[in-house]
Design a protein around this ligand. Structure first.
Ligand SMILES: *Cc1c(COP(=O)(O)O)cnc(C)c1O
Length: 400
């Protein structure tokens, strides 16, 4: 299959590293390679770069830079917040509330807590994928220590009113954590105004490197460390800092802050154009998640009667990378828990694609993607006919 260039539409899985980030990381490795704990000038240079990145990250979420702790990514930040906070404060309660559509880093942290005697309540979202504050409130009990609800869902893209959820948590003496990996650098966040006590973020979803992220922890909120060693990151997360990664995160953060507003407008336009081209040309397609209140570049579409994995592969053959509504593990497909929680049947979930747009995408990409999707869906729906039809000349003609 010939195609002029590949089109990447899986930015919620990861993003290409911005060249400006690569350059900053190169400089960090080549010139500021010192250990930030060293007293000499190499150490001081490295410490300065570390502080600089911390200030960048803090500024984008309206936080104090002392409250930013670098981690190995979003997963570790979620683990540290949820397990670390509950372990540290278990004398004050034994109940945790999360939503049922959290990322596995949160779901499995809650599961670890369950195995250690905590009680976990999973609150269901609305059919548009929104986790509602009043539903959280109904789940709160006297022993509720922590409420953790993601800012926006990584599959359907729906954005939650986390300010309202934080308010409910605080009214009942609980602390509020949010997994903001999908919104950090994409939509504005103020931990001060929203009343967020802990927030997880990751570099590789915002054109930074993989393996680095951060946890914001409001002063006065204490967590148990889950890693032991030196004095780095206020001993909450010891070990010599991943300086090139942290510099990459800081640079990616600055770029996102500068470009966030215009990029959000641009991505919404591209996304809406893609959806209207697809929905105008195909029957039986539905847009999952909230119709307006969603991350700028996210589309999550069910193509009834089409195997999502087959469509994904058809697009991949044309150089277009997307992801599907199911996790393929050891040959069998399991429908996404997010899609089934918002009310899709397993068949519908397995007929779903997620397309997430980003910095490198243009209107030309969108037009080509729409064209290939429309063509492939028509072909795959036709293929689903009885076997005789598939082997007929008619099918051969369509496939050729
Ligand atoms: C990607 C992602 C994570 C995990 O972050 P890593 O840096 O890959 O560990 C956690 N939560 C959400 C919502 C994500 O999208």
């Amino acid at each position: 299959m010939k195609h002029s260039r590949r089109i990447y539409l899986d930015h919620s899985a990861t993003t290409p590293v911005d060249l400006r980030v690569v350059e900053a990381m190169n400089e960090s490795m080549l010139e500021h390679f010192g250990n930030p704990s060293s007293v000499h000038s190499y150490g001081r240079d490295a410490k300065e770069a570390l502080d600089f990145a911390r200030i960048s990250v803090a500024r984008l979420i309206d936080a104090d830079s002392d409250d930013i702790f670098f981690t190995s990514g979003g997963t570790e930040a979620d683990n540290l917040a949820i397990i670390g906070y509950c372990e540290r404060n278990r004398d004050r309660g034994n109940h945790v509330i999360i939503s049922s559509i959290e990322h596995s880093a949160v779901l499995l942290s809650a599961k670890v807590l369950e195995s250690r005697g905590f009680k976990v309540t999973k609150v269901k979202p609305t059919p548009s994928g929104e986790v509602v504050a009043s539903d959280i409130e109904k789940a709160i009990t006297v022993g509720t220590l922590l409420v953790s609800v993601m800012h926006a869902n990584n599959e359907v893209g729906t954005i939650n009113d986390i300010g309202a959820i934080a308010k409910v948590a605080h009214a009942h003496g609980a602390v509020f954590h949010t997994d903001a990996v999908q919104t950090f650098g994409k939509i504005s966040i103020s931990v001060a105004e929203m009343g967020i006590d802990m927030l997880s973020l990751s570099a590789h979803k915002i054109y930074g490197p993989k393996g680095v992220g951060a946890l914001y922890i409001r002063k006065g909120v204490s967590v148990s460390q889950r890693q032991f060693g030196g004095h780095q990151e206020a001993e909450i997360r010891p070990g010599t800092e991943n300086l090139p990664g942290i510099v990459g995160l800081g640079t990616a953060t600055d770029l996102s802050r500068n470009e966030m507003t215009t990029e959000a407008v641009r991505l919404r336009q591209l996304r809406d154009a893609l959806w209207s081209q697809i929905s105008n040309s195909l029957d039986n397609v539905t847009l999952n998640g909230h119709q307006e209140n969603r991350i700028p570049g996210n589309l999550n579409i069910t193509f009834k009667g089409v195997e999502g994995e087959a469509l994904l592969v058809a697009l991949d053959l044309e150089g277009i990378s997307v992801s599907s509504g199911s996790a393929c593990s050891s040959g069998s497909t399991t429908p996404s828990h997010v899609l089934t929680e918002i009310g899709l049947s397993p068949e519908e979930a397995n007929s779903t694609l997620r397309l997430t747009l980003g910095r490198g995408n243009s209107m030309e990409d969108i037009e080509r993607t729409a064209e290939v999707i429309i063509k492939s869906v028509i072909r795959l729906r036709f293929m689903d006919k009885p076997f005789q039809d598939i082997t007929s000349g008619r099918y051969q003609a369509v496939r050729a």
